[in-house]
Write a protein that binds this ligand. Structure first.
Ligand SMILES: [Zn+2]
Ligand SMILES: [Zn+2]
Length: 165
């Protein structure tokens, strides 16, 4: 008795060769047929529906995946930003020149002559830190804590200056 399974197992190479040859000869035709099939609106709709269902079924999985990604990137950004900021803070004196505040979270880089607005506007925070490190901590900048910086920016002076007098 002829056994298809047995036959294809024994003649595996031969069949593969045949298919390959067939494909090669009818390449253009097959391509065209495939294209036509793919452009068929019924096929298209079916595929779209299947994709939507697949997405619906795995919605939570997808959402979790993208959320994980988001947190990973955010953490990475915060880390490198913090590392750069630390380097900048250490490059200057490590504390607010006005009140001595030394917690890095409070510290900001201040442009002494106050003409750094334009310069800074062109850079993101990270780029600004990079710029400072690359230029070996230019003297035109100093460290101020947010309070001292805010008061100087808003009122033109810091209350600490009055206390010192
Ligand atoms: Zn301060
Ligand atoms: Zn101050």
């Amino acid at each position: 008795m002829f056994n298809v399974k047995e036959y294809s197992k024994i003649n595996k190479k031969k069949i593969q060769k045949y298919h390959k040859k067939y494909y090669h000869i009818h390449k253009q035709e097959l391509k065209e047929r495939r294209k036509k099939y793919n452009q068929n609106p019924i096929v298209k709709n079916k595929r779209r529906k299947r994709r939507r269902e697949y997405y619906k079924k795995n919605k939570i999985k997808f959402a979790k995946k993208s959320l994980d990604y988001y947190y990973r990137i955010r953490e990475k950004n915060i880390m490198s930003r913090k590392e750069r900021k630390m380097e900048v803070i250490n490059g200057y004196d490590g504390k607010c020149v006005c009140c001595g505040e030394a917690n890095w979270e409070f510290l900001t880089v201040d442009h002494i002559k106050n003409d750094g607005a334009e310069e800074r506007k062109k850079m993101t925070g990270n780029q600004f830190y990079e710029y400072i490190i690359k230029n070996n901590f230019p003297k035109k900048y100093r460290l101020l804590c947010s309070n001292c910086n805010w008061s100087r920016g808003t009122y033109g002076y810091c209350p600490h200056e009055k206390e010192a007098k």
